[in-house]
Design a protein around this ligand. Sequence first.
Ligand code: BTN
Length: 264
Amino acid sequence: MLTEEEIASVVKGDIIGREVIYLPSAASTNDSAFEIGRNRTDPEGIVVVADMQTKGRGRLGRSWISPPGVNLYFSVLLNPPFPPEEASILTLAVPVAVASAIITHTGLPAQIKWPNDIIIHGKKAGGVLIEMKAGKTAVRLLAVGIGINVNMSPGVLPSEIRRYSTSLTTEKGESINRIALLGEILAALEHTYKNLLHDNKRALINEWLRLNCTIGNRVSVRNQDRIISGIADGITERGELIVRRVTGETETVRAGDVTILKDN
Ligand code: BTN
């Protein structure tokens, strides 16, 4: 089990983790974070961590399997001073922080698959779900939700996703200290977020390019009912993927699911 004191002891940031709330169980930490943030005048940096989730969500309406005692599920509230269209750079920034922290903490070669899957040895070990609430009077608030398969055996996952999924312990062959890893990720997030506040987007994009496993590959991107195929050619400052079709035309994709085609 995690405890609030243990978690607080590894969180050193002066923005992210100014306050840490631990819940033994949450429906979704993104919902809990919004709920908590609604009643605060300055919610930026509040971190909500749960040991398990009963309605964990993934991107594109999927569920996120969230058993107790093994993984990390947490959300960070942010109130960035830039407009919503620029806030989409966080879809690049957050996975950079998560992948860097995993590399530092475990030595595993974590990579990013666009937009925000955390991949180790070709399989998914974590994901990021960023949601926004913009009330009429309330400040614009983002919940940055992060889920990492830490000590879970992929055997507990439904068979259709097991083939594509892994956990840090499976890849490392030993159990991983969840709390120390959480501290590492929050410190990396603080560092990346401060860079963004100082408008250092170029450094961030370079870091994303260094850590990604998407660009340069032949891909097929499923975006609702459309499939866009071509070479993943680059990334925009808004976190969009640039795909070059065989015709030579390029298309900028805001959201979707990437399949990397292996016969490249
Ligand atoms: C994805 O890869 O589809 C994103 C997964 C995000 C899961 C995390 S777990 C903490 C937070 N609460 C949720 O309900 N989802 C995110």
